[in-house]
Design a protein around this ligand. Structure first.
Ligand SMILES: C[S@@+](CC[C@H](N)C(=O)[O-])C[C@H]1O[C@@H](n2cnc3c(N)ncnc32)[C@H](O)[C@@H]1O
Length: 207
């Protein structure tokens, strides 16, 4: 599904002291909270949660959170972060390719991840996420998209250009779309400044 084989390169990146991605939540997590404030018990799934910054943020704000990632080193840091904030997150080691749930979630969320999902796996996987979302619930994702005038980033994992602009929106064309945007931005990672284009979507399943 992804081009990763064996151990994810993140397993090594997460060996560093401190938090590789920091502990501040992604902007997407903040945007989800504005739309889906848990004034009643709400279940959230964080797909490929890394070191848990968003999972812990959601738990602190009242969600019942399940979060998975393939990198055990990231999960270990996530557990420590949850403990430091005195919240519970159900951290699970799992591979996106095989993880399927029997539960229904109010929010299915993932940031910085789905560009790893190759085209041939998208239909089945997103059908699964959509089916396991409660009526009135949300799916929230961001994804790098290809633009012919933006070169492949120098620190690319090799799969940063397989989504086309608007593809994510198309997957959710029959849901409400409270948030969709496409942004081009400069990125300093890998020491060589380069450009990315990213689509961000929050979709709400009809009641
Ligand atoms: C860019 S990081 C984003 C982490 C987190 N969502 C965040 O924003 O802090 C991508 C994450 O995807 C995870 N990952 C990559 N391939 C995966 C797979 N096949 N199954 C599960 N996790 C995977 C990596 O371990 C890494 O933590």
């Amino acid at each position: 599904m992804t081009k990763f084989t064996g151990i994810s390169p993140y397993e090594q990146r997460y060996q560093v002291e401190g938090y590789y991605w920091g502990v501040k939540p992604n902007d997407l997590a903040m945007e989800v909270l504005k739309l889906a404030f848990p004034d009643h018990p709400m279940k959230l799934l964080d797909i490929d949660c890394g070191e848990g910054r968003d999972a812990v943020f959601f738990a602190k704000n009242g969600f019942e959170v399940t979060a998975f990632d393939v990198a055990e080193a990231g999960l270990e840091k996530g557990r420590k972060l949850a403990e430091a904030h005195n919240v519970h997150v159900n951290f699970i080691q799992a591979d996106l390719r095989s993880f399927r749930t029997t539960e229904t979630f109010d929010v299915i969320y993932s940031s910085g991840v789905i560009h790893h999902i190759l085209p041939e796996f998208r239909d089945e996987l997103f059908r699964h996420y959509r089916e396991h979302t409660a009526p009135g619930g949300f799916n929230a994702f961001n994804v790098f998209v290809r633009k012919p005038y933006i070169p492949i980033p120098p620190d690319s994992d090799g799969d940063d250009d397989t989504w086309y602009s608007g593809e994510l929106l198309g997957i959710y064309s029959d849901w409400h779309i409270p948030v969709f945007k496409e942004e081009e931005f400069q990125c300093p990672s890998g020491d060589i400044p380069h450009m990315h284009c990213m689509d961000t979507l929050i979709a709400r399943k009809p009641e």
